[in-house]
Design a protein around this ligand. Structure first.
Ligand code: COA
Length: 162
């Protein structure tokens, strides 16, 4: 029997940043398959639609053969189970992320005791980046070079020029 190690990397990705991409690339080397799960967000009002967010991620992960991206609604553990994934990958940027992520990992394991959360430390050069910060910067026409993948910079700029 072949056993595939499948992981889900969830988030809002509104929009994807170089910090997210770094985690996806590293996870793709550890797992046979990585499914990037884009939350459709009932509570947050995202700047980019779920389709746009998925499209941007697909564009910047096209070089990674074992990475797939799709959007989801509902519980993360259900999304993971539906894809045969037993691992949730999350990135930790600073200690500030820890408490919330620790709670989420415990909650997800309480919901599905076969579901493990594994953390990757975000590369220090990306530890200060967040999607909100990218949006704020784009709103002020700031330089996004080095913060988001270069192939989507123009798309983000255009969104703020509309
Ligand atoms: N590099 C750069 N930024 C990062 C990062 C990294 N490696 N890791 C996290 N971030 C940023 C994100 O961009 C985001 O920034 P923002 O707040 O400015 O948008 C912030 O850190 C928080 O990221 P994250 O913790 O991944 O939250 P999220 O809102 O992107 O995603 C889900 C949260 C989708 C994982 C979570 O809400 C979920 O699982 N929802 C499904 C419902 C569910 O099952 N809930 C649990 C039971 S009730």
């Amino acid at each position: 029997m072949t056993y595939m190690r499948i992981a889900v990397y969830p988030g809002s990705f509104d929009p994807i940043t170089n910090g997210h991409l770094d985690i996806i690339e590293r996870a793709s080397r550890v797992f046979d398959k990585v499914i990037v799960g884009v939350l459709r967000n009932k509570n947050k009002s995202p700047e980019f639609t779920a389709e746009q967010r998925v499209g941007l991620i697909k564009k910047v992960t096209a070089h990674l053969e074992n990475v797939e991206t799709e959007s989801f609604d509902g519980l993360l553990v259900d999304f993971a189970r539906a894809h045969g994934a037993k691992v949730i990958v999350k990135g930790l940027r600073t200690v500030n992320d820890f408490e919330y992520e620790f709670q989420m990992a415990l909650l997800n394991r309480a919901l599905d005791n076969e579901c493990e959360t594994m953390f990757m430390m975000t590369d220090s050069k990306y530890s200060y980046i967040s999607s909100s910060m990218i949006k704020e910067l784009a709103g002020y026409k700031g330089n996004l070079e080095g913060l988001v993948p270069s192939e989507i910079i123009q798309y983000i700029k255009d969104k703020y020029e509309q």
